[in-house]
Design a protein around this ligand. Structure first.
Ligand code: FES
Length: 167
């Protein structure tokens, strides 16, 4: 039995959302956003909590979480780099960018470094096509990227981590 529970603030937000949508099912995505913010990541216990809270099947919650790339799933590194690989970014060198990041971190796309510091994945269009190539690092966009930018950003993450910072 899990002791996961939304905070009072999280629960108030969830209850407010229920008044804003036509049915409970429609609240699933924003409810997962609350869970992500409250619990830090979405693993099986967090998904089960949301399913129980909403009275829907855990399988449905799991299906939604694993369908979208923008949820922070359990096991994701402290710094999650999501490289856009859709057309504008692809034409502007996102593959080279992705290869460079993977090589630098010593992992493949979709993997997390052994120390849990970095995860890297390819994602579909992040809606910033005019600034291609770009990636999302946790909640922030980094745009018009060069390989030198990537190196600098990775080093900045390492420094931030050494200072005890993270997301
Ligand atoms: S194609 Fe990369 S942000 Fe749209």
């Amino acid at each position: 039995m899990s002791d996961l529970k939304f905070s009072e603030k999280g629960m108030k937000k969830y209850e407010w959302l229920l008044t804003r949508y036509p049915d409970k099912q429609a609240v699933l995505l924003p409810a997962l956003r609350i869970a992500e913010a409250e619990f830090g990541e979405l693993g099986i216990p967090e998904m089960k909590y949301v399913a129980d809270l909403m009275g829907i099947s855990p399988a449905r919650v799991y299906g939604v979480v694993t369908f979208y790339t923008h949820f922070r799933r359990a096991g994701t590194g402290t710094f999650h780099i999501q490289v856009c690989s859709t057309l504008s970014c692809a034409l502007r060198g996102s593959q080279e960018l992705a290869d460079h990041i993977a090589k630098r971190l010593g992992i493949e796309m979709g993997e997390t470094t052994e120390d849990g510091m970095f995860s890297v994945s390819k994602v579909e269009c992040l809606g910033s096509c005019d600034t291609a190539p770009m990636f999302q690092l946790n909640d922030n966009y980094h745009e018009n990227l060069t390989l030198d930018d990537v190196d600098r950003i990775i080093e900045d993450c390492k420094k931030e981590s050494a200072r005890g910072g993270a997301r």
